[in-house]
Design a protein around this ligand. Structure first.
Ligand code: DGY
Length: 332
């Protein structure tokens, strides 16, 4: 039987053609973000889907679509999936780890540097015609080289950022994570585990790369921000909701910390209005993985996963990056 699949958002047409060779494919060339009801309707009769973080796959969607076999996210994060509900219904979930690690780490580092060195604020100042003379403290920010890089969460992207800080910028790298890295991995990226209190207290530049979950909701709020140095910066490339954006806006406005770099937001694409009003925060629209090569690699991996999950292609039955591989084991 020829399967039907949904590509829930616009994507690289030549890579979508790889799906068309095997499946009937419905696309969303207008790139509208479907409401949950519309997503459910579009999934009718589909065995598989490629999704992004914008499409929530939960029990309601699954119950409306009992024929669904696989949902393949074009993202490493998968907090848009109710994985337990998928697993209970035998629906395979996949994501796109590894292919975006270095690109995302590059961007995290850039955002951290932009916040520390007041890059966008400087550009706005210049474009507004306010640059009339050189001054000793004009738009002076915080040094990055030789400072303390504090990483919250230490998965692949955390390690890639640590490597950049340690080897490229001579930073002292500290991290906090549920688990400690093996000693040789810590040595390779020059990182030392510390408790969360120490992490926040000693951070010159805090970079957040922890996945979003109920446990990480508002991991950084008013109390945590109050424990940081007034010269510190905070960069969030993880997910909105890990940081309490209202509390962050308040801390930035009161200069309780110096600056922030944010690529992700609570309730995005809406951004907290108090953040929009501040000049000491660099704001970008969730683009940390957005190089052309990496976005192609992410979509290509999602395609590989969907083909394999529905029994096609060279990896038939063996999707490269399953989130709930127990579904595959149960199907054997
Ligand atoms: C991810 O991969 O989780 C990103 O946030 C989506 O670009």
């Amino acid at each position: 039987m020829r399967h039907s699949v949904l590509v829930a958002r616009a994507a690289f047409p030549d890579l979508v053609d790889r799906l068309r060779a095997h499946f009937d494919v419905e696309t969303n060339d207008d790139d509208r973000v479907f409401t949950p009801d519309e997503l459910s309707r579009r999934l009718q009769g589909k065995q598989g889907a490629i999704t992004t973080g914008s499409e929530r796959i939960d029990a309601a969607v699954l119950d409306a679509n009992p024929q669904l076999r696989a949902v393949c996210n074009m993202a490493v994060g998968y907090n848009n999936f109710d994985v337990a509900a998928c697993t209970a219904r035998g629906v395979l979930c996949t994501n796109t780890p590894d292919v975006l690690t270095e690109t995302t780490a590059d961007f995290g580092f850039a955002l951290m540097m932009a916040a520390a060195r007041r890059l966008t604020e400087s550009e706005h100042f210049l474009r507004a015609g306010r640059w009339t003379k050189w001054s000793y403290d004009l738009l002076a920010g915080q040094d990055v080289h030789g400072s303390t890089l504090a990483i919250l969460g230490m998965g692949r992207i955390g390690k890639a950022i640590a490597r950049r800080g340690h080897h490229g910028f001579g930073m002292q790298v500290i991290y906090h994570n549920r688990s400690h890295l093996p000693a040789e991995e810590e040595a390779a990226v020059g990182a030392r585990w510390v408790d969360k209190t120490t992490l926040l207290r000693d951070a010159d530049h805090l970079v957040i790369v922890v996945p979003y979950s109920a446990e990480s909701h508002h991991l950084i709020g008013a109390a945590e921000l109050a424990s940081m140095k007034p010269t510190a910066t905070l960069t969030n490339i993880a997910r909105g909701g890990v940081v309490d954006d209202a509390a962050l806006a308040e801390a930035l406005a009161a200069r309780r910390i110096a600056a922030a770099g944010l690529d992700v937001f609570e309730g995005e694409p809406t951004v907290h209005p108090d953040l929009l009003a501040l000049d000491n925060v660099v704001l970008t629209p969730h683009i940390a993985s957005a190089s052309i090569a990496t976005r192609r690699a992410m979509f290509g991996l999602a395609v590989d996963n969907l083909l394999a999950a529905l029994g096609c292609g060279p990896n038939a039955g063996r999707p490269p990056t399953p989130i709930n591989p127990e579904v595959l084991a149960a199907a054997r």
